[in-house]
Design a protein around this ligand. Structure first.
Ligand SMILES: [Zn+2]
Length: 294
């Protein structure tokens, strides 16, 4: 099985969540073994996607270099991971990825438009060999060995429209597009008011998030899935795991996980040489991995 990149450059414009200004996102092919690279055209800075590049995880995953940051990367990365794209250059003219409708559906459409191209080098994946878990009280996130790649998430919110939700999905490109990609991010009115008083989330609206007051969903169109909230948490977790730098074989499980816990998990895994191995998918070993990226 070979590494891939996209077949041609593609571009879209959308609003950034925090500043509320238009941002142009351009995706370009990249040669083998380069991985995922961000380029901030407005300041001329390249930021490679690694856990070391992460500078903040409070509200979204933010990477940075020399004081220049890019925020809200996880939804785009989630779709790139699910498509099994190994090498890609992501160019932005601002410090955030456009939020689009708050899900990764638009990024999937953009990747579909770009198409995929096989490169000469063999694909490399990470095989999880040992369970790694990060806990914070009763919250936890973990990675553990398995022959397929399952994402299993449970959330518990003291809110009548959410309550307890669990979802699990075997991660393949087609399952992702059907079950996960359309799930939007969500926010509470009280939280949004607080953020906007600090000049954050200025672009947030019911066009790019599910909004909730104390008792109900505010979007007139309702939910896209009855359990859209937990599905979005899986979308986020996939994006956060993409910071490992390659697709992995193993499974992910979380209870009330967050970007911060996910980030701690990727760092803990990479710091433990016994917990994973990198496998090059030469034709002899790759048959069992083919189906995930079909
Ligand atoms: Zn999200």
């Amino acid at each position: 099985m070979k590494q891939t990149t996209i077949a041609k450059p593609v571009e879209m414009v959308g609003i950034g969540l925090h500043k509320g200004h238009p941002v142009t996102l351009r995706l370009e092919p990249l040669e083998a073994n380069r991985g995922i690279e961000f380029f901030r055209k407005d300041v001329g800075v390249v930021i490679a996607l690694t856990p070391q590049s992460v500078v903040d995880t409070q509200m979204a995953t933010v990477i940075g270099k020399n004081g220049h940051v890019i925020s809200t990367i996880e939804h785009l990365l989630s779709s790139i991971y699910a498509y099994g794209i190994d090498n890609i250059r992501i160019t932005l003219d601002s410090d955030e990825v456009p939020v689009m409708d708050g899900s990764s559906a638009s990024f999937c459409m953009l990747l579909d438009e770009a198409g995929q191209k096989k490169l000469e080098s063999n694909k490399r994946i990470m095989r999880i060999k040992k369970a790694i878990e990060i806990r914070d009280g009763d919250k936890y996130v973990k990675l553990y060995p398995s022959t397929n790649s399952v994402f299993d998430f449970t959330i518990l919110f003291d809110h009548p429209a959410i309550k307890r939700q669990s979802y699990h999905v075997e991660l393949t490109k087609s399952n992702y597009k059907k079950e996960i990609a359309k799930a939007r991010t969500f926010g509470f009115t009280s939280q949004i008011q607080y953020l906007q008083s600090k000049n954050l989330a200025m672009g947030a609206s019911l066009d790019n998030a599910i909004g909730l007051d104390d008792t109900k969903v505010l979007n007139s169109e309702g939910l896209r899935y009855p359990d859209e909230f937990v599905r979005h948490k899986i979308l986020d977790a996939i994006g956060d795991m993409s910071l490992l730098g390659m697709n992995f074989i193993g499974s992910y499980e979380a209870f009330a996980g967050s970007h911060a816990l996910n980030h701690a998990l990727t760092k803990a895994l990479l710091a433990d040489a016994d917990a994973y191995e990198v496998i090059e998918l030469s034709s002899a070993v790759d048959v069992e991995y083919q189906k995930a990226y079909a």
